[in-house]
Structures are given as C-alpha cells and as structure tokens.
Write a protein that binds this ligand. Structure first.
Ligand SMILES: [Zn+2]
Ligand SMILES: [Zn+2]
Length: 140
C-alpha cells in the first residue's frame, strides 16, 4: 500500500510544511479524524495554519484517492480515513468513536457479484454499523 505522501508526490504536487504535517498526521491514522481534529493537532506545530488549509488539503487528498471521506458523521462532521485495506466502520453513539472492524464478508462478495451480474459495476463498498462500543458498555 502506497503512503499518502507517495501518492501526492507522484502527482507532482508541491507540499508546503503545513500540508506535509497534515499528511504525516493522516498516514496510518486509525482514529478517523474530522477537519477540526486534524486542525487541532497540526496547529500545535504550525500555529498559523488555518482550518481552510486543512479543509482544502483534505479535499485534494480525497480527489487523489489518497484518503477517503467517510459518509459516517462524527458529531455531524465529516471524518477521514487513509485508504487502506477494505474494512467496515462501527460508530459508537456514546463516545462518537469510529472503530475499524475487519472481517471477511463473504456475503458482501455475494452482493457485489449479484450487482455485477445485472450489468452494473461496483467500485466501492462502505459498510457502516451504529451502536455502543465495548468501552462504553463496560463503563456504565
Ligand atoms: Zn463508545
Ligand atoms: Zn476506517
């Protein structure tokens, strides 16, 4: 799997230190941060960075296919995931964490085959599950 930085550099896009800091933060990040969370982190190193820069950088990374924007919403905000192996997402409605779940879903393959066999072409699958995570259940 290519790093986000490698994908961007292949496109010949020049990276400012601020953009690089955003990319470093996203590289292998499993916490599905929102624009605000990325901004809070990068701001500690680059106090002059603006939210607009974070936003436009994330749009660019999505366009390049280096990260994906999840349609799941954390507190109503979009969140982002580096494009790695296919996995499912579980959103805890109590602590608002988005947790990666990796399972082989043979059923999913069957659904894709069924759609393809009707002459369509599946390009992407997003599975979202909602509930309460184990930490929140235990801390009741
Ligand atoms: Zn939770
Ligand atoms: Zn994920």
């Amino acid at each position: 799997m290519k790093s986000i930085r490698a994908i961007v550099e292949e496109e010949g896009i020049s990276l400012t230190p601020q953009r690089l800091a955003i990319i470093d933060f996203m590289e292998g990040n499993r916490t599905h941060p929102t624009v605000d969370e990325i901004y809070q982190d990068v701001k500690s190193m680059y106090p002059t960075i603006s939210k607009a820069t974070v936003y436009s950088t994330m749009q660019l990374l999505c366009e390049l296919g280096a990260v994906q924007e999840l349609s799941i919403r954390k507190r109503g905000e979009a969140c982002f995931d580096p494009r790695e192996n296919k996995h499912q997402h579980f959103l805890c409605r109590k602590c608002n964490r988005v947790i990666d779940i990796s399972v082989d879903l043979y059923d999913e393959e069957d659904i894709i085959k069924a759609i393809d066999s009707r002459g369509h072409r599946v390009e992407d699958v997003h599975s979202y599950f909602y509930g309460v995570c184990s930490d929140c259940i235990q801390s009741k």
